[in-house]
Design a protein around this ligand. Structure first.
Ligand SMILES: C[S@@+](CC[C@H](N)C(=O)[O-])C[C@H]1O[C@@H](n2cnc3c(N)ncnc32)[C@H](O)[C@@H]1O
Length: 286
């Protein structure tokens, strides 16, 4: 059994498949994160790109779109249902995309080396992050780069904080765990992540905590249903075997709290994210 077996089970079962159920809403809310990744990565035509933990493929398509018909993006994930949904949407972009069931911590990607590795919220789940990033570095050509997005701490991040508070009030506290342990908030500590990248052999490592506005046309109910069903609140609901009534009450709490983010342009939710970038200056596989 692989070290990431619990994540494989999670992302292939009902909780992970919420990323399909709420796909439309998620794609809208997190589109701004793709923009941020593209701005930081500056992909250029002809580059070979990997998207780690691609889910239903929104980031893969955003990069592929940016590269045009000559582009090539390999998207990897440990969840077959999410990959299959992403594959089904590959004709939406002209660039060539390739979706593979691959564990980023342990598996090789056959074929030529890559120029750029990107990930939107897909690299915080490794049981052994140093081993994972050593493996990821082995896919990169010399000079290849990684550009990653993760969540900053929950405090001040209403996207997670509000549903978490609603779930705690209704059901009880989450399990106490190491803040760096694998999960949606596993990359909240920038020093921890930069030390992982350094131990994995990357150079020119940088980390930036940046404010991003998440956007959604509304109504608030659609956004609240999504927020209450993923991330830390979903994990509390799972811990206490929450009923549909509990989920309804938590969602009502989120609706109420999220009303303050309604604007003439729809919902505008401030989010603190951590962006990391690094280079592979030493070739590993030649
Ligand atoms: C929070 S979701 C993000 C999905 C997608 N990047 C997005 O932003 O819509 C995390 C994704 O990482 C994937 N994942 C978790 N551990 C992984 C691993 N070891 N190797 C590859 N993918 C992994 C999950 O299956 C899931 O699709």
């Amino acid at each position: 059994m692989g070290q990431n077996q619990s994540q494989v089970e999670y992302w292939n079962s009902t909780p992970g498949q919420k990323w399909i159920r709420f796909e439309e809403e998620l794609d809208k809310v997190f589109e701004a994160v793709n923009d941020q990744l593209i701005e930081r990565a500056q992909p250029i035509k002809g580059e070979r790109i990997v998207d780690i933990g691609c889910g239903t493929g929104a980031t893969t398509r955003a990069f592929a779109q940016r590269l045009g018909p000559a582009g090539f993006v390999t998207a990897i994930d440990i969840s077959e249902p999410l990959l299959s949904r992403a594959r089904g949407r590959s004709s939406e972009v002209l660039a060539s995309t390739d979706y593979r069931l691959i564990d980023a911590q342990t598996d090789t990607i056959p074929g030529d080396l890559f120029n750029l590795v990107v990930s939107r919220f897909g690299v915080m789940f490794f049981a052994d992050p140093v081993a994972a990033f050593k493996n990821i570095r082995s896919w990169l050509a010399p000079g290849g780069r990684v550009v990653l997005a993760g969540w900053a701490a929950i405090d001040g991040n209403p996207w997670f904080e509000v549903p978490r508070d609603g779930a705690v009030a209704r059901l009880g506290p989450p399990d106490t765990s190491d803040p760096n342990s694998p999960g949606p908030l596993g990359f909240q500590n920038t020093n921890y992540v930069t030390s992982i990248l350094a131990k994995a052999g990357f150079s020119d490592i940088s980390a930036e905590r940046a404010l991003t506005m998440l956007r959604h046309p509304g109504p608030v109910e659609a956004v609240a249903a999504l927020a209450a069903n993923i991330g830390p609140s979903a994990r509390i609901i799972k811990k206490y075997n929450g009923t549909s009534k509990d989920v309804e009450e938590i969602t009502a709490y989120v609706v109420n709290e999220f009303r303050k983010f309604e604007s003439d342009e729809g919902m505008l939710i401030p989010a603190w994210l951590n962006f990391f970038s690094a280079l592979n200056s030493t070739p590993d596989r030649q």
